[in-house]
Design a protein around this ligand. Structure first.
Ligand SMILES: *[C@@H]1O[C@H](CO)[C@@H](O)[C@H](O)[C@H]1NC(C)=O
Ligand SMILES: *[C@@H]1O[C@H](CO)[C@@H](O)[C@H](O)[C@H]1NC(C)=O
Ligand SMILES: *[C@@H]1O[C@H](CO)[C@@H](O)[C@H](O)[C@H]1NC(C)=O
Length: 568
């Protein structure tokens, strides 16, 4: 099977070409009548090179490795975007994020404040909503990062409870540096530059003193807002603000386990969306100093332990034969996240690039493991290209949901996982960075368009801006597109040339045609206000009246009662 991945490195163009093979076996499933449970585990910012069974022999991830050896491991599992918000939108909806209005045209590609009005539009459908309609009990534990409210503090138009999760316990926003004093600020880093240029514009001609004063007020407001956004909610209620850091991982784990216990008698969906491996890193004495890779490695091993605890819960309740467990990351590790203390972001193994780079493999190739004893063959590997967007149609299929639906970009994975087919239905995959088409992958027979400008020169990563951008002067258009053979050159180090690759021009033509067809579907199946509607500045910016808060705004603050911690 010839497998080409074109890497389009501008509006139109880079390429990758891969030859992939898959071996198969047939397994007949037991218990055809019972609807299976689903436990979807998503780790934040985890790199594919961070995991033992993906080739890392210096870190210990026995519990994740065990899921792979008891189930199916995907080696070409790809996120639909290289950053949290859009990748998760695509995962939840089975469609590219720009169809829901969550593509970005500029610098800010993730939701920055809970007090913004952007987010997953109420008109969108998640797999949780579909499963709910099939009688499933649905729960989300952990990170959301798809917005909260549209116009009023309590309208909760983007809230998990309104998007199909009957129960929610976790972070409506994300785990970020502002959550822990002394860790600097993610939000400030992102916004300061923007505000500086605004201040500069407004203050043109004003004395430096005034602009310094403005800056310090900006900083204070932003710091306050960031503090307010580190909070925990149970369903629609803010139960802790700000979050107590030390007990957070355990509280999320206990909640996930309690959900499984509570629902062991009926079909359930649990989306366990971990706060690991995003910075700030945790400092759990049980794991500190135990790994060979500093605090980052210690956090990896803690994360692996958490996965082991969940698996243990499933097994001890004899649910394993009725439960599809899935393990993945929302995108690649954050290369630029390191300081004098060492590595703080994930490791992407042999793959080039990382988080925020939609065209390079390191930004989008993530672990993908499915375990379902009795139904999926243990130890099987699938080297075909698959997407996080495939979960939506796969869950629908398994929940026997045959009702009409919107146009989906994902495909049911069961035939590939069970080995009844050997070829992925993804002939073309479109790798987006914001609203910009960054690369195209062609299977069977090739892709793409722009490359990020690394800084400083010679680095692999955008250290000057901390993450790479996809617009304006931050990228180099590639005409003709760069083309790579992903099978023989998975690290994307040797672009193909017309001289060396006989099918070079054919690949470019095919990709061009596929992009044309894809764009046609975008015309009809995107958010009515446009592919970036939810990410516009007017929706991103903070509105005090939308700020989730327990107590009296702006003096928000509360602590979760330890006695209220879910127990079983
Ligand atoms: C294993 O993962 C750690 C943590 O990301 C990384 O520092 C190390 O380089 C990786 N080792 C290998 C052999 O890939
Ligand atoms: C699960 O299924 C396998 C294969 O069908 C069977 O051998 C095993 O006993 C089952 N386990 C449980 C706990 O039912
Ligand atoms: C704790 O539980 C009590 C009794 O159910 C309830 O009244 C209270 O609101 C809960 N507190 C929190 C912070 O959830």
């Amino acid at each position: 099977v010839l497998h080409l991945h074109l890497h389009m490195c501008a509006w139109w163009a880079c390429l990758v070409l891969s030859v992939l093979q898959v071996t198969g076996s047939d397994v007949t499933g037991p218990d055809k009548d019972r609807l299976p449970n689903f436990i979807l585990i998503m780790v934040d910012d985890l790199g594919i090179g961070d995991i033992g069974c993906y080739g890392n022999d210096t870190i210990r991830t026995p519990h994740i490795d065990r899921l792979a050896s008891e189930g199916v491991k995907l080696t070409q599992h790809l996120s639909a975007a290289p950053l949290c918000t859009p990748s998760r939108t695509a995962f939840l909806t089975g469609r590219y994020a720009l169809r829901s209005g969550l593509g970005s045209e500029g610098r800010v590609q993730v939701l920055l404040f809970l007090g913004g009005s952007g987010g997953l539009p109420p008109s969108e459908t998640t797999f949780a909503k579909r499963l709910q309609q099939q009688g499933y009990t649905t729960g989300l534990v952990g990170k959301w990062h798809q917005g909260v409210s549209c116009e009023q503090r309590e309208d909760h138009c983007h809230h998990p409870n309104l998007h199909g999760f009957s129960s929610f316990y976790g972070l409506p926003f994300t785990w970020f540096n502002d959550c822990v004093p002394g860790h600097g600020s993610d939000i400030l880093a992102d916004l300061q530059k923007v505000l500086r240029s605004l201040t500069l514009l407004l203050g043109l001609g004003l004395v430096t003193l005034v602009s310094r004063g403005v800056r310090s007020i900006e900083n204070h407001i932003l710091k306050l807002v960031s503090k307010l956004d580190t909070h925990l909610s149970r369903d629609r209620e803010v139960v802790e603000q700000p979050i107590r850091v030390d007990t957070l991982p355990l509280r999320l784990l206990r909640e996930a386990q309690a959900f499984i216990h509570r629902n062991k008698e009926r079909p359930f969906l649990l989306f366990f969306s971990l706060v690991h491996m995003h910075t700030p890193l945790f400092k759990n004495p049980q794991f500190m100093g135990k790994s060979r890779h500093g605090l980052y490695g210690d956090n990896l091993e803690e994360m692996d332990w958490i996965i082991g605890q969940v698996t243990e819960t499933v097994d001890s309740l004899s649910l394993s034969n009725h439960t599809l467990m899935y393990f993945t990351s929302d995108h690649g590790g954050h290369l630029e996240d390191k300081d004098a203390t060492g590595q703080k972001g994930g490791w992407n193994g042999i793959y080039k690039g990382g988080k925020a780079m939609g065209g390079w493999e390191g930004g989008i190739r993530v672990p993908g493991i499915f375990r379902w004893p009795g139904r999926l063959p243990p130890g099987r590997q699938v080297h075909e290209p698959t997407s996080l967007m495939d979960l939506y149609p796969t869950l629908k299929y398994l929940a026997r949901d045959t009702q009409p639906d919107r146009l989906l970009d994902g495909h049911n994975l069961m035939p590939l996982l069970e080995g009844t087919v050997h070829r992925s239905e993804h002939e073309f995959m479109f790798h987006y960075c914001g609203v910009y088409l960054n690369a195209v992958r062609w299977h069977p027979p090739g892709t793409h368009m722009f490359t990020p400008n690394f800084s400083p020169e010679g680095a692999v990563g955008c250290y000057h801006t901390h993450v790479c951008m996809c617009h304006g002067d931050y990228v180099t258009p590639q005409t003709p597109p760069l083309l790579y053979d992903l099978t023989h050159d998975p690290s994307e180090s040797r672009p193909l040339t017309p001289q060396a690759e006989p099918r070079y021009y054919e690949v470019l033509e095919q990709v061009d045609e596929a992009v044309r067809r894809h764009r046609h579907t975008l015309k009809e199946h995107v958010h009515p206000e446009g592919p970036s509607a939810q990410m516009s500045w007017s929706r991103i910016l903070w509105r005090p009246w939308l700020q989730p808060c327990c107590g009296t705004f702006p003096l928000c603050g509360c602590e979760e009662d330890a006695h209220n911690m879910t127990t079983f």
